[in-house]
Design a binder for this molecule. Structure first.
Ligand code: HDE
Length: 665
C-alpha cells in the first residue's frame, strides 16, 4: 500500500537490521545478554544488574488490559474505492471523490471470549473499519449481524455481565450456552431478535471473508446544502455469506483454534485479497415515521425489499499487519470518530456508545494520548490545545496552548463549515427530560418472526439445533422454560420443538406473532456462490502417481480454487510436495475433498475425514479406482454432491454449491 498511512507506519517501524547492536533502552551496547550478573558463576544474582532489571520489568508489563468485549480479534490493512459520488446525500470527501482510494484498517472479532478464546465459537462478530480520510479518521464500528441485543446503552453492562463467563466459576469461555445469558434473554425480550440471528448460521461464519458487516445503527448523511437523510451501512462480501456447520465449528475449535485469523492472514499473504462492497440504505427525513417499526430502534433492520441497498464502493484488504500488538491490539475504534457529512441519529444505543469508547481506551491504552499511537493517527494534519498526559509523544513547542490567543495568531484555529469545519446537524429538539422507552420501541417479536419466516428449511433446522445446544446446557429448568416461553411469542411451533429437544414443558398457549412476511435477502441460501478461493484437499498416498493429480491441480488452479495435498505423512510425490498430513489437517478445514488414491479410505484417520466431509454436506470427489474403497465407508458414492472425478469440471459444478443440504445421511 503506497499511501500516507503506510509511510507513517513505516516511519514508526523499528527494524532489527542485520548489523543492529543489542542495546539497553538507553542505547548502551551490551556485551552479554545470556546471563544475569552474579557473585560467582554459582552465586546469587546482584541487585545492581540494571540490564536484567530493565529487560524483566519491560517483560512484566508486556500485556495491556484486553478489550472488555471483542477481546479476540484480528486485523488487516486495506483501501476503499468509491464507485460513484454520493454528493446528493453527503459532503464527506471520501464519499464524493471517486478518483481517490482511502486507506483503512479493519479489525474483526468475536464478542464474548477472552483474547485466547477459539475463533469458531457461536457468537456475533465485530466488524470495525477505520477509514483514514483527508478530513480525519472515520470509524464504522459494526457487527456481522444487523441488529443488537438491547435498545438503550444503559443496559450494556447488564447484557455483557450476562453474556461473559459466569463470575462464580468463569465458565463458559467463548459462547452463550449458560444460564445467565438465557436468563437475560427471557427477562429482557428486546434481545429476542438478535438472539435468533446468533442461534442461526450467522453465529458461525466460515471465514471473515464471507461475513456481512452492518453499521447497525441509523446514522445521518448530510449534504452540502445541509439536508439530512437517514442511513444504514452494509458491507457485502464479494464471495457471498457462508457459514460453518455447528459440528464442524466444534471440531475446528479443537484442531485449529485460529481458523478464521489464519484464513484471513493466508488469503492476504497469497494475494487472494478479501473484498466487500459498501452499501447504503437511505430513508428521507420526511419518511421517518412511514414504517411499522421505529427507525431509531437498533433491534430493527430495514428489510431490503422495502428499502433497497445501494452499492457505492468497495473495500479491499491487501496488507497484513507487521506487528499484531502495535496495530491490531492498539487500534482504538470509536463510533464518534466522524467526518463532515456523516452524523448521528438519536438511537439511544448509539448515543451511549459515544461515551464508552473513549473511556475504555483510557484504561486499555493507558492515558489520553492513544490517538498518537501510529495505527490511530489520522493521515491529515491534526492540532489542538490538548497537552501533556501519560505517553505524550509529541514535543509541543510555543508559548500559547489555549484558544483564543494572540501570541500565536490564534493558532490552532477553527474552520468555518463552508471550508470543511465540522458542525453537528441542527436538529430541533423540544421534549421533556425523562427516563423512558418510546412506545414505538415496544414490539420485540415481529422482526424476529420476519427473520424466522425468511430462513430456508436447513437454516431453520440449524436454528433449532443452536437453541437445543445452548439452552440444553443451562442448569436451571426455570431458565430454560422462561426462554422457551419467550420464543413462544415469536413462533409457537418453534418453541414447542425446542421445548421437546431440551426436555422442558412446552408452552400451551399460542401467543405467537401472526405474520408470514418474509425478506428473502435475509436467507444465506440466496447468497453469492463462487468458486474463487474455495479450497480442496487432494487425498493421496505414497503410491499415488503424480500424473493422477497434476491435471486435477491444473483445473482447480485455472478456476481459482486452492488445494492442498494431504497424505499419511509429509513427503514428495515426484515434483509435488505433500505438506499436510491426516494428522495436521482435517476435512473441516476444506470446502471439498477428492479421494485420489484407492488406498486412502482404508487408513483410519482418512476414513474419518471422508465421513466428516459427508456429514458436513461437502462436495466429495473420488477417482474411479477409489470407488470401491468409498463404498467401504458410510458414504454413498452416488449421494448428492458426491461424484466420480473423471471430469474435474463436473466436480467444480458441485463444489460451487458449497453445501449439499439435500444429501441423505
Ligand atoms: Fe461496542 N464496545 N459497545 N458495540 N464494539 C467496544 O470498545 C459498547 C455495540 C463493537 O475491534 C469497547 O475499544 C457500548 C454495538 C465492536 O476494537 C467498548 C455499547 C456494536 C467493538 C464498547 C456497545 C458494537 C466494540 C470494548 C452499547 C455494533 C470492537 C473495547 C451502547 C454496531 C472494536 C473497545 C475493535 C468494542 C462499548 C454496543 C461493536 C467497551 C457501551 C451496537 C466491533 O467501549
Amino acid at each position: 500500500m503506497t499511501n500516507e498511512k503506510q509511510k507513517q507506519l513505516d516511519e514508526f517501524k523499528r527494524e532489527h537490521k542485520e548489523d543492529a547492536a543489542l542495546t539497553t533502552n538507553q542505547g548502551l551496547k551490551m556485551a552479554e545478554d545470556e546471563f544475569s550478573l552474579k557473585a560467582g558463576d554459582r552465586g546469587p544474582t546482584l541487585l545492581e544488574d540494571f540490564h536484567f532489571r530493565e529487560k524483566m520489568t519491560h517483560f512484566d508489563h508486556e500485556r495491556i488490559p484486553e478489550r472488555i468485549v471483542h477481546a479476540r480479534g484480528y486485523g488487516a490493512h486495506g483501501e476503499f474505492e468509491l464507485y460513484q459520488s454520493m454528493e446528493k446525500y453527503t459532503k464527506a470527501k471520501f464519499l464524493n471523490d471517486t478518483s481517490k482510494k482511502t486507506p483503512l484498517f479493519v479489525r474483526f472479532s468475536t464478542v464474548q471470549g477472552s483474547r485466547g478464546a477459539n475463533d469458531t465459537v457461536r457468537d456475533a462478530r465485530g466488524f470495525a473499519v477505520k477509514f483514514y480520510t483527508e478530513e480525519g479518521n472515520y470509524d464504522l464500528v459494526g457487527n456481522n449481524i444487523p441488529v443488537f441485543f438491547i435498545q438503550d446503552a444503559i443496559k450494556f453492562p447488564d447484557l455483557v455481565h450476562a453474556i461473559k463467563p459466569e463470575p462464580h466459576n468463569e465458565m463458559p469461555q467463548g459462547g452463550t450456552a449458560h444460564d445467565t445469558f438465557w436468563d437475560f434473554f427471557a427477562q429482557n425480550p428486546e434481545s429476542t431478535h438478535m438472539t435468533m440471528w446468533t442461534m442461526s448460521d450467522r453465529g458461525l461464519p466460515k471465514s471473515y471473508r464471507t461475513m456481512e458487516g452492518f453499521g447497525v445503527h441509523t446514522f445521518r448523511l448530510i449534504n452540502k446544502e445541509g439536508q439530512s437523510h437517514f442511513v444504514k451501512f452494509h458491507w457485502k462480501p464479494v464471495l457471498g455469506v457462508h457459514q460453518l456447520v455447528w459440528d464442524e465449528a466444534q471440531i475446528i475449535a479443537g484442531k485449529n483454534p485460529d481458523f478464521n485469523r489464519e484464513d484471513l492472514y493466508e488469503s492476504i499473504d497469497k494475494g487472494d485479497y478479501p473484498e466487500w462492497e459498501l452499501g447504503i440504505q437511505v430513508i428521507k427525513k420526511e419518511d421517518e415515521f412511514k414504517f411499522d417499526f421505529d427507525i431509531l430502534d437498533p433491534t430493527k433492520l430495514w428489510p431490503e425489499e422495502d428499502v433497497p441497498v445501494e452499492i457505492i464502493g468497495k473495500m479491499t484488504l491487501n496488507r497484513n499487519v507487521d506487528n499484531v500488538f502495535a496495530e491490531t491490539e492498539q487500534v482504538a475504534f470509536h463510533p464518534g470518530h466522524l467526518v463532515p457529512g456523516i452524523d448521528f441519529s438519536n438511537d439511544p444505543l448509539l448515543q451511549g456508545r459515544l461515551f464508552s469508547y473513549t473511556d475504555t481506551q483510557l484504561s486499555r491504552l493507558g492515558g489520553p494520548n492513544f490517538h498518537q499511537i501510529p495505527i490511530n493517527r489520522p493521515v491529515c494534519p491534526f492540532a489542538n490545545n490538548q497537552r501533556d498526559g501519560m505517553h505524550q509523544s509529541f514535543v509541543h513547542t510555543g508559548q500559547a496552548a489555549y484558544h483564543n490567543n494572540a501570541i500565536n495568531n490564534n493558532n490552532p484555529h477553527t474552520t468555518p463549515v463552508e471550508e470543511g469545519g465540522f458542525e453537528s446537524y441542527h436538529e430541533k429538539i423540544d421534549a421533556h427530560k425523562v427516563r423512558a422507552r418510546s412506545e414505538s420501541f415496544k414490539d420485540h417479536y415481529s422482526q424476529a418472526k420476519l427473520y424466522l419466516n425468511s430462513l430456508s428449511k436447513p437454516e431453520r433446522d440449524h436454528l433449532v439445533d443452536g437453541f437445543a445446544f445452548e439452552l440444553g446446557k443451562c442448569k436451571h429448568d426455570f431458565v430454560k422454560e422462561n426462554a422457551v416461553n419467550n420464543i413462544n411469542y415469536v413462533d409457537h411451533a418453534l418453541a414447542t420443538e425446542i421445548a421437546e429437544r431440551i426436555g422442558v414443558k412446552a408452552p400451551k398457549e399460542d401467543v405467537e406473532v401472526k405474520s408470514d412476511k418474509q425478506s428473502p435477502t435475509l436467507s444465506m441460501e440466496n447468497t453469492v456462490k463462487k468458486l474463487d478461493t474455495l479450497s480442496v484437499a487432494l487425498m493421496v498416498t505414497e503410491d499415488t502417481k503424480p500424473e493422477d493429480v497434476t491435471s486435477i491441480i491444473k483445473t482447480l488452479t485455472d478456476n481459482k480454487v486452492n488445494h492442498k495435498l494431504v497424505a499419511q505423512k509429509a513427503m514428495n510425490l515426484g515434483d509435488l510436495k505433500v505438506t499436510e498430513t491426516f494428522d495436521t489437517v482435517h476435512s473441516t478445514f476444506f470446502d471439498g475433498i477428492i479421494v485420489v488414491d484407492a488406498k486412502v479410505p482404508l487408513l483410519p484417520p482418512a476414513k474419518d475425514y471422508i465421513e466428516a466431509a459427508n456429514r458436513h454436506f461437502k462436495t466429495i470427489g473420488y477417482s474411479a479406482a477409489a470407488k470401491a474403497a468409498i463404498e467401504a465407508t458410510s458414504v454413498d458414492p452416488n449421494g448428492i454432491g458426491i461424484v466420480e472425478v473423471n471430469d474435474v469440471n463436473a466436480y467444480l459444478d458441485e463444489l460451487v454449491k458449497q453445501r449439499h443440504w439435500d444429501r441423505q445421511l
